[in-house]
Every structure is written in structure tokens, then in C-alpha cells.
Write a protein that binds this ligand. Structure first.
Ligand code: ADP
Ligand code: MG
Length: 566
């Protein structure tokens, strides 16, 4: 039997593959399972067009068999198999995808789920194996073939026996080295986790013989308090859940289903406050399940926190945390997106063109926004809970990027209202403004209690105008960026000109100003450079004196800026 060489380009490509294309070695299993699933899909499509064939769902599955003694891991499928020629073409020429060709030939078929397209996934096996054997028998053929390769220097193909149609991929797992561990790929528990992580939603069962232990029956004469003995037993289990929740019909799902999914996925330890199930069918097709958590994750307002959604392509996990899918101001959102429309590159970990991804991200942003808006209207308590946890992030969102996102966010932020004694939105404030009121008034301070005692609020409150209390250090910066809401500008109660119509008090103050000019000058001198001016006030009622500001910055902002490191 002569050994055939991989084509020259293929040889170099194979070395590259093994050493650098994939970031995680464990994905070899995802690739082999995806191929197995594709092979079963192909049989399925054949049965749709060939009346002599029938498809019994229970006959189709993938089986994973680790064997620590022989140090092999076998991935078997009952799929379409390969002829000698197909073996040669599909596994002898790297970057040639039989699955892509199949998809093209069968384009008329609806509901394509075939994953393969690059013709390199198979070789990921060499990241963990120093020898790979493929035993395969094609549908409609009595002869089976064995393909064998020890990596870059070539492969052999010879006839062999196999009773049933399908393919076994046998990996001889590498020995551990000082730097690299391979034993884990023979470990049931670890394999199960890898399957769960990447291939949970493959549509066919992925089975494995799992060894567990259970308490043995107590012997008749055993002492009452004797510890039970444990016996080991092995049973075949299906590891994957097969049908992803996001492909199910919304009407079939309960809140509990979504909560369970949230917990299973470990998106958070709390219960989600709200879920969003999106099945988009427009310019870009995708499914998504998104969650708004109730509580702030402990690391949320730190640099360690990483935003992102899980990204699936056709049910196969591509990325754990795709940050590009969420704007920073919605970084609290958890969940996943599945789309067939993504152009993946050969490593699948990198997206080739991000046009579709951008479309999805934009779409998702709008959905989250309108979800939050409808919560303000219909589920006020929930929204306030949410706002306690993440309102600060929204306000940062208004301020960041030079206010680029303020239009998206200004209807989502709330401040405490002097009138309502609770959080209100800007829209609510403006809707209550008397006709003659020119500005949206606000007062900044450390707490509601302290703001209430500010002499500066007196005149505005006296007029019967509502005041927004800004107690968070980001608040005033956000307000400045918004600058006006529905054409009403914001005005701090401590600014020099409040824009309130003058009344009798004004004249009195004017007279006072003239009469006491000498006293004021003397006071200013005593205070040195600490104040710019001392004047008779038009706004005080029960307090003798207050501080006001004239420039762009309010007193509170000046305080914050002074605290910042230069
Ligand atoms: P891709 O899946 O992107 O096409 P792979 O390198 O993973 O590339 O596989 C190359 C080709 O080998 C597949 O397109 C398919 O034709 C064939 N193949 C791989 N594994 C199997 C299998 N288990 N059963 C049948 N054909 C397979
Ligand atoms: Mg593949």
C-alpha cells in the first residue's frame, strides 16, 4: 500500500491548522460532531428525494467513546458515510468541503442545517491526536474503507469491513507533555462538558456510556446506621439537549423555562427581571434570547466586567462573549444570539465580515430600548428595580462618546422629583410643566435630604415648579450633555439667573443692593478670593444666605472636578 502525500499546499496548511488556527484545542470535538451531524443531515435530505429510503429518527445519532486503555477517542455516526473517492477528495485535499458541494447541489432544499463549508474542521483532530483513523461505509455501498494518517506526511486508504453505514473517527490521543495535557480528552466528565458547551443544540442525539455509582442495596444483617456501599454501573446517556429553547415557539414557553435557561447558562445567580425572545426574519435572520438581570453583578462597575452575548451559528457555539453585539450602555444584558447569516472564517472564532453582525447588534439595541421603554409604562416597579441596579450605566451612556447615544437613552433615565417624591422621567417632568415655566429645574447634592434643605431650591419650589434632584455624581454631567429635552433647557437652581419672572421681591432686592453696597464690598474683602461677588438675593425666603454659581459649572460639578485626579 503506497502512502499518498497531501497536496503541497495542504501540507503547509495542515501544519498551520494544527498549530495556530484555533484558539482552543477542545473545539476539535465540536468540529467532528458538526461533521457527524452534517453526515446525518445528508442522509435525511436523501430520504426526502428518494422514495426507496425512509428516515427513522431513532436510527440516527452520534456516539462518543473514550477508552483510557487504548488511549483512543472514537466519534461514530450513522450518517451518509464516504466512498473511497469521497475519502480521497474530502480528507485528502485540505480546504475542500464535501459539505459545501452538497449544499450547492441540493440548493433547492429548504431548511438547510449543514454546518460545514471550509473543509478544514476535520484536521482540528490533529491538535489532540497524533494518529487519526477513519472507518467509513457510504450509503448504498457494501464496501467500507479505512483512511489513516499520522499528520502532515500523508495518508493511506484501504478497504476494510464495517457492518453498518456511517463513519467512525478514531483518534489516538497524544501523550501528556510537560506543557500540555491531553488526558482530559479521555475523561467522560470533561468530554461531556465540551459537548454541552459547543454542541448542546446539535439536532441529533450525542450519546456516551456514562459510568456512575449508586448506593448498593443494604445487606439483610447490616447494622442500622451502616454506611451504604456504592456500586458502579454504566448506562448510555444522551448528553445534548438537542432542541434549543430559542427555536421553540414562544407560546410553548413559560417564564420558568426562561428562568431555567438563565440559570443553566449561568448568566447570573439572580432571577432575571425580564426576558426578550426575538425571532427576526427581516434583513438579517436570527434568533435571540436576552435577559435583563435584576441585580448588579458584583464586578459590574469594575474593569473586570466583560460585556457580551453568546454567539451561535446554526446551533453551534462560536463565541462565549461577543462584545460587538451590545453597546456599552446595555452591557448588563445577558443572553445569546443564533444566526445562520454570519460569514465565519475558517477558525469560526473570527467573523469574516461584520456587516451582518452590525445589523444584528443594531436590531438588538433597538429591541432592548423599546423593551425598557414599555417597562417604564407598564411595569413601573420592575423598571425602578432595574434602574436601581443599572441606571448609573445608562447615565454614563448618555455622557460617554460625546453624547452620541443621548437620543437612545434620554427617555430611559430618571431622577427623583421634588413633587412626586419618586423617580420620574424627563418626559413626565415636561408633561407637567406649567405653560410659563421656561426651564427644567434641577438641584444637585449628596442626598435627597440634603438637597431638600438647600436654600437655593426655595424660590423655584415656591413658584410651584418641580425640581429634579441629582444625587449621583454622573447626573449633572449627563444633564449637561442632553442640554435640552423637548426644547426645554435644564437649569440648576443654584445658577445666577433662574429665568423666573420678576415680582415685587425683585425691586426690594434692587433697593437692598444699592443701600448695602458698602457692606457687600466689605464682606467680599473679608472672604478674600473665595467668592466672586456678594449680592442681595431675589430668591431667599427663610434662609439668610446661599451660594450660587454664574458660569457653566454648578457648585456640585466643581466639587466633583476638584476631587478628580489631574
Ligand atoms: P467542512 O465540514 O467545513 O466541509 P471538514 O474538514 O470538517 O470541512 O470536513 C471535510 C469534508 O469531509 C466534509 O465536507 C465531508 O464531506 C467529509 N466528512 C467529514 N467528516 C465526515 C463524516 N463523519 N461523515 C461523512 N463525511 C464526512
Ligand atoms: Mg466540518
Amino acid at each position: 500500500m503506497t502512502k499518498k502525500q497531501f497536496q503541497a499546499e495542504s501540507k503547509r496548511l495542515l501544519e498551520m491548522m494544527i498549530n495556530s488556527i484555533y484558539t482552543h484545542r477542545e473545539i476539535f470535538l465540536r468540529e467532528l460532531i458538526s461533521n457527524a451531524s452534517d453526515a446525518i443531515d445528508k442522509i435525511y435530505y436523501k430520504t426526502l428525494t428518494d422514495d426507496s429510503l425512509t428516515f427513522h429518527k431513532e436510527d440516527y445519532y452520534v456516539k462518543i467513546k473514550p477508552n483510557k486503555e487504548t488511549r483512543t477517542l472514537t466519534i461514530s455516526d450513522t450518517g451518509i458515510g464516504m466512498t473511497a473517492e469521497e475519502l480521497e477528495n474530502n480528507l485528502g485535499i485540505i480546504a475542500k468541503s464535501g459539505s459545501l458541494a452538497f449544499k450547492k447541489e441540493n440548493q433547492a432544499q429548504d431548511g438547510h442545517n449543514i454546518i460545514g463549508q471550509f473543509g478544514v474542521g476535520f484536521y482540528a483532530a490533529f491538535m489532540v491526536a497524533d494518529e487519526v483513523t477513519v472507518i467509513t461505509r457510504a450509503l448504498g455501498s457494501d464496501q467500507a474503507y479505512k483512511w489513516h494518517s499520522e499528520g502532515a506526511d500523508g495518508y493511506t486508504i484501504e478497504p476494510t469491513d464495517k457492518e453498518t453505514v456511517g463513519t467512525d473517527i478514531i483518534l489516538s490521543i497524544k501523550e501528556n507533555t510537560e506543557d500540555d495535557q491531553y488526558d482530559e480528552y479521555l475523561d467522560e466528565y470533561r468530554l461531556r462538558n465540551i459537548v454541552k458547551k459547543y454542541s448542546d443544540f446539535i439536532r441529533y442525539p450525542i450519546k456516551m456510556d456514562v459510568t456512575s455509582s449508586r448506593p448498593a442495596e443494604k445487606a439483610e444483617d447490616a447494622a442500622e446506621d451502616a454506611q451504604p456501599e456504592y456500586v458502579e454501573y454504566t448506562e448510555e446517556q444522551t448528553i445534548n439537549s438537542m432542541i434549543p429553547i430559542w427555536r421553540k415557539n414562544k407560546s410553548e414557553l413559560t417564564d420558568e423555562d426562561y428562568n431555567n435557561f438563565y440559570q443553566e447558562k449561568r448568566y447570573g445567580f439572580d432571577k432575571p427581571l425580564k426576558h426578550l425572545h426575538i425571532s427576526a426574519d427581516g434583513a438579517v435572520v436570527y434568533n435571540a434570547i436576552l435577559f435583563i438581570p435584576e441585580n448588579t453583578p458584583f464586578d459590574y462597575y469594575t474593569k473586570e466586567y466583560e460585556k457580551g452575548l453568546e454567539l451561535y451559528s446554526n446551533g453551534v457555539l462560536i463565541m462565549d462573549k461577543c462584545g460587538d453585539l451590545l453597546p456599552d450602555y446595555f452591557s448588563f444584558v445577558k443572553g445569546m444570539v443564533d444566526s445562520e447569516d454570519l460569514s465565519l472564517n475558517i477558525s469560526r472564532e473570527l467573523l469574516q465580515h461584520d456587516r451582518q453582525l452590525k445589523l444584528i447588534a443594531k436590531n438588538i439595541k433597538n429591541k432592548i430600548k423599546s423593551q425598557l421603554q414599555s417597562m417604564i409604562k407598564d411595569e413601573r416597579d420592575s423598571y425602578e428595580k432595574f434602574y436601581q441596579s443599572f441606571g448609573r450605566q445608562l447615565k454614563f451612556g448618555v455622557y460617554n462618546d460625546y453624547g452620541m447615544h443621548k437620543d437612545d437613552l434620554q427617555d430611559l433615565i430618571m431622577f427623583y422629583s421634588s413633587k412626586e417624591k419618586k423617580l420620574v422621567t424627563l418626559a413626565e417632568y415636561v408633561s407637567r410643566m406649567p405653560e410659563e415655566q421656561k426651564y427644567i429645574y434641577y438641584a444637585a447634592g449628596d442626598s435627597i435630604e440634603r438637597i431638600e434643605k438647600l436654600p437655593q431650591t426655595e424660590m423655584v419650589a415656591d413658584k410651584g415648579y418641580e425640581i429634579m434632584y441629582l444625587t449621583d455624581d454622573i447626573d449633572e454631567f449627563a444633564i449637561k450633555i442632553i442640554s435640552a429635552y423637548k426644547e426645554k433647557e435644564f437649569k440648576s437652581v443654584s445658577s445666577g439667573d433662574l429665568g423666573i419672572e420678576p415680582d415685587e421681591k425683585d425691586e426690594a432686592a434692587e433697593a437692598e443692593q444699592n443701600e448695602s453696597q458698602e457692606l457687600f464690598t466689605a464682606m467680599k474683602d473679608v472672604l478674600g478670593g473665595k467668592v466672586k461677588d456678594v449680592r442681595a438675593s431675589k430668591r431667599l425666603k427663610s434662609h439668610p444666605v446661599c451660594l450660587t454659581s454664574e458660569g457653566e459649572l454648578s457648585i456640585e460639578m466643581e466639587k466633583i472636578l476638584q476631587m478628580m485626579p489631574n
